[in-house]
Write a protein that binds this ligand. Sequence first.
Ligand SMILES: Cc1ncc(COP(=O)(O)O)c(C=O)c1O
Length: 413
Amino acid sequence: MSDRRSFQSFHPFARLARLLDSYPAGDENPILLSIGEPKNQPPAFVAEEIAGAAASWSSYPPPRGSETYRAACADWLSGRYGLSAGMIDPQRHLLPLPGSREGLFFAVVAAVQTYRGAEPPAVLLPNPFYHVYASSALAVGAQPVFVPATAASGFMPDYQALDPALLDRTVFCFLNSPANPQGAAAGLDYLAELLTLARKHDFVVGFDECYAEIYDSAPPAGALQAAAALGGSLDHLLVFHSLSKRSSAPGLRCGFVAGDASLIDGLDLALRVGGAGVSLPILAAGTRLWREEAHVEANRNYYRRNFALAERILGNRFGFRKPDGGFFLWLDVGDGEAAALKLWREAGVRVLPGAYMAEPGPDGINPGARYIRVALVYDAAVTEEGLNRIVQVLGEADDARLAAVPQAAAAEG
Ligand SMILES: Cc1ncc(COP(=O)(O)O)c(C=O)c1O
């Protein structure tokens, strides 16, 4: 368990600012590849829908949103994951969210309400992780348990290997697939086994699938497919989706959570206490976005272009591999913090040291320490320039490392 005890300590960008901000950028045109903020534009109809619903700005956001929005989300889920009619009841199994972040945080607040154990409740999260996961545990006084999601485990956390006593006091478990930052996606078996584990030990799994729509050729599997394969119950399951990445609309603040009816009721209650709701004009735009696929495919093409550039420019440097989903590169540069500093000072390229998204394990090793996270969110021209600068600054060291690999193998053999 970490002894760092502040939201700030888990916040990667606060740490990045401390690392870089006392140095000027090493290029008059800095390139900011540190933040995963989509830069492609959402469709023009978003503005039309918002304007068309302008009369409802004078209403508070209804806590459960609008029927048309929930129906659009349920229909999208059924189509995307091939669910049988009726598995998702839009009245009982769905809530709108302002993106996924607020729901992820409040789902832990809701889950801990019913915990009656004598020992502190535990929240499981992958390591590296999206900082909100750890902060939600912190906010409710739960123990965050950082479970390695490294190359050795296919970049997915091995929750099955945890001590049953720990699993028994677990209230909530996060799974991010496709994962930020590694880009790995869980297979259907993995998802089904995690859900089975959660049911056995009575904890909620929050499947964060906000990157589910950003992929190259194969759509990543989803938790609802796993639930369907297990018989169709939504027990112990919440799944989070968002228009931030799917529709390049992070500023819209529009997404949803689907899952077990009693968990949805609990989350609804928590959000009525501390959440903002999603206003009706935003829901009108969101309804249309969930029902429209052409812009999503165009969005995928935007990222396909960027990953094709990465493949060409990086080749086999830094352990490059195309992610199963999402828009991040997770590059093994040996020392991510040193590399981030060098890239900023010498080339004005801002990337995130992997260590800032991870906690050291009991062995003292931070599983993100060797990596940098590079967000390929800009258009092809900026992306190409950024990647070229990365190779110019870090390529020589990596070439030397690659050249040394066969010799090391020969020495061992
Ligand atoms: C893993 C992960 N989950 C959730 C979010 C929250 O996104 P939003 O609230 O815009 O849906 C992000 C944002 O970057 C993320 O990386």
